[in-house]
Design a protein around this ligand. Structure first.
Ligand SMILES: NC(=O)C1=CN([C@@H]2O[C@H](COP(=O)(O)OP(=O)(O)OC[C@H]3O[C@@H](n4cnc5c(N)ncnc54)[C@H](O)[C@@H]3O)[C@@H](O)[C@H]2O)C=CC1
Ligand SMILES: O=C(CO)COP(=O)(O)O
Length: 324
């Protein structure tokens, strides 16, 4: 079986490694010529996943046309670039497995909505969950949600993507799987701020729990099911990224909490912290739907340069309310 992977950041590279280790023929599209060269010449992605020794069965290319004959394509470019890349590639009606986590600025679309507009003939699935790329590439045990409306395709993809260390759980709730991954990135920034500002572990647990409450409110408003949000792609990924500096979103938050300006940290980086792009569009969409998201509002204010102490006080001083 030939698998195409679109995007050779850390996550696309790790997924390519899982597929190649499982005996698949893998072609990995990278945007950067130096990434193509380093994977093909040295079997290392020096830019985005430097510590993983990759299978020689992974072939990198800078030409999207070379992925046209893959049986299935994993889409792993950052959410804001999915539309542009999918409009560029000719994939006929091949299944697309969407692995980016975010909401498109300007349109407020989930990645599945972007993909179905760009590639109306391709069936879609979403792969999401608590998955640090370096752990997956190292073959450490990992479980994910694989969501797809078509049961036959879902089972076929689950069988092809499963490996001795990567265990997919099937779901038909595509929107639910996407909402968890998109919103947790914003909440991970908030937890990083708590850590960087030394606000304590009680505060971090409060942000996780109240953040999950707002993820659930927002998810329900967009048609997600609560059991999906409380599964691997929602609560599972929230817990992972809210408790580790391996998360780029959490680390961005730590920097903000320590008093560094968000804008300069974002300008300096090559890797993506999706939450910084999702936060403003999530706030806009939540307001439009009448969903209260105070942690998301706080993250937006902090990304815009607000003072951590003032934002913390404002959150604590909100009118008292029932928990549920
Ligand atoms: N790294 C991880 O552990 C995980 C990442 N993800 C998601 O996967 C997606 C990709 O993230 P990573 O692989 O971590 O990226 P990364 O941060 O390792 O690398 C940045 C990626 O963005 C690409 N890029 C930059 N500008 C672009 C443009 N104009 N057009 C197309 N691509 C462009 C780069 O080529 C590179 O592939 C994100 O949505 C992320 O949330 C999901 C699960 C785990
Ligand atoms: O999505 C991830 C793990 O599931 C990776 O999180 P970060 O993008 O915050 O590094």
């Amino acid at each position: 079986m030939k698998i195409g992977v679109i995007g050779a950041g850390a996550w696309g590279t790790a997924l390519a490694q899982v597929a190649a280790t499982g005996g698949k023929d893998v072609t990995l599209w990278a945007r950067e010529p130096e990434v193509v060269a380093s994977i093909n010449d040295t079997h290392v992605n020096t830019l985005f996943l430097p510590k993983a020794k990759l299978s020689p069965a992974i072939r990198a290319t800078g030409d999207l046309a070379e992925l046209g004959d893959a049986e299935a394509l994993l889409v792993v470019v950052p959410a804001q670039h999915v539309g542009a890349v999918l409009r560029e590639i000719d994939v006929a009606s091949r299944p697309l497995v969407l692995c980016a986590k975010g909401i498109e600025a300007g349109t407020r679309r989930l990645v599945s909505e972007i993909a179905s507009e760009a590639r109306p003939d391709s069936p879609l699935a979403v792969l999401s969950g608590p998955t640090f790329a370096h752990e997956v590439a190292a073959g450490l045990p990992t479980a994910v949600t694989l969501a797809c409306a078509d049961a036959g395709l879902r089972d076929a993809l689950a069988e092809r993507l499963a490996s001795p260390s990567l265990r997919p759980y099937a779901s038909d709730d595509v929107v639910g799987a996407e909402i968890g991954g998109a919103v947790k990135n914003v909440l991970a920034i908030a937890c990083g701020v708590v850590d960087g500002a030394g606000l304590g572990q009680n505060a971090r647990a409060a942000v996780i729990a109240r953040g999950f409450a707002e993820m659930t409110r927002y998810g329900i408003a967009r048609g997600a099911r609560v059991e999906t949000l409380s599964g691997l792609s929602g609560l599972g990924d929230l817990v992972l990224t809210c408790s580790s500096t391996s998360s780029r979103n959490f680390s961005l938050g730590v920097g903000i909490g320590e008093g560094r300006p968000a804008a300069s940290m974002l300008a300096d980086r090559r890797t993506v912290a999706e939450g910084a792009f999702t936060a403003p569009v999530l706030r806009e969409d939540a307001r439009a739907r009448g969903v209260d998201m105070p942690v998301t509002e706080a993250v937006c204010a902090l990304l815009e340069g607000a003072d951590v102490g003032a934002i913390t006080q404002a959150l604590l001083a909100r009118p008292l309310r029932p928990e549920a």
